[in-house]
Design a protein around this ligand. Structure first.
Ligand code: F6P
Length: 321
């Protein structure tokens, strides 16, 4: 079937770079003589018919903006037969030939299921600050989020060193320690607590006390949100070591902000490739970056749990502190 009209949506947690990805899909799509429809609030917009045709000017001035002009949402209704059926009806009503889904592994799981049941061509563009799409090295938004967190950690370092304090800094990542590991290395942090590694608070406290004895008075320990709460961990460290420990939660600040050049360029390339893939009849795959190349990963693979190779990185973090 020839693809003439496509729809684009953003779903799940927003990531800086989604806007440039939309811009690329829209402008490249139009260049390829396609009609491009924007769906608002992700799957919810398909279920509730919130769609609007997009033209060249619709995506003006968004290249440097965080978030997504199409809005995004988590949509439990799309996991139901009824929700999927209504989304399918909208697609048929608007004569949409294929969908471009910009999101992370949860979004791809939903797209995969929808494709299997309703045979609507679906193409994914990997975007998530968590960098947890299997088979893909860097998702859109990861680089921006990591730099945002790092900027904050550098600032915390200034006060931690000056006041000789211990800080526990919580970064995002409910199921992934990627941001934590990356900023811990780049920020020269002393330890990490992530979902992928069993927590050994006694060992961390032992290092802190030993460090204190030889004159190392300030520490930054990074915790991924999925591995514990900064406040609780800081309290335990104080209880065990007797040393004042402060907690900082960076939170959703990591999801916002102008996308870095890396996040933008990746988004702009992936938008074009996604359109090409859809037009050439490909479906049920995500596009993303791996080993310096843009690759196609079947949704079935992309939604598997991504293994973080942590041991060497963790060792390096510890050696370099
Ligand atoms: O988008 C990924 C993410 O930021 C995770 O790191 C975090 O756990 C989750 O989203 C938070 O989602 P919400 O904003 O819906 O609470």
């Amino acid at each position: 079937m020839a693809i003439k009209k496509i729809a684009v949506l953003t779903t799940g947690g927003d990531a800086p770079g989604m806007n440039p990805a939309i811009r690329s899909v829209v402008r490249y799509g139009i260049n390829q003589k396609l009609e491009v429809i924007g769906v608002f609030r992700g799957w919810w917009g398909l279920i509730n018919e919130e769609l609007k045709p997009l033209n060249h000017r619709s995506v003006s001035g968004i290249i440097g903006q965080g978030g997504t002009i199409l809005k995004t949402a988590r949509c439990p209704e799309f996991r139901t037969e009824e929700g999927q059926r209504r989304a399918f009806d909208t697609i048929k009503k608007y004569n949409i030939d294929g969908l471009i889904v910009i999101g992370g592994n949860g979004s791809f799981a939903a797209a995969h299921d929808f494709y299997k049941k309703f045979n609507i061509p679906c193409l994914g563009i990997a975007a998530s600050i968590d960098n947890d799409v299997n088979g893909i090295d860097y998702t859109i938004g990861t680089d921006t989020a990591v730099n945002t967190a790092l900027d904050a950690i550098d600032k915390i370092r200034d006060t931690a060193t000056s006041m000789e304090r211990i800080f526990v800094v919580e970064v995002m990542g409910r199921e992934s320690g990627f941001i934590a590991l990356t900023v811990a290395l780049a920020g020269g942090c002393e330890d990490i607590i992530i979902p992928e590694k069993e927590i050994n608070l006694d060992a961390i406290c032992h290092d802190i006390v030993h460090g204190n004895l030889i004159g190392k008075m300030s520490w930054i320990i990074i915790v991924a949100e999925g591995a514990g709460k900064a406040e609780d961990i800081a309290k335990k460290i104080t209880d065990i070591t007797g040393l004042e420990t402060r907690a900082v939660v960076l939170g959703h600040v990591q999801r916002g902000g102008s996308p870095t050049a890396f996040s933008r360029d990746l988004a702009l390339h992936l938008g074009k490739i996604a359109v090409d893939c859809l037009v050439s009849g490909k479906t049920d795959i995500a596009v993303g970056l791996a080993c310096g190349k843009i690759i196609e990963v079947p949704f079935e693979v992309a939604i598997q749990k991504k293994e973080l190779k942590i041991e060497n990185l963790y060792k390096l973090i510890k050696i370099l502190t």
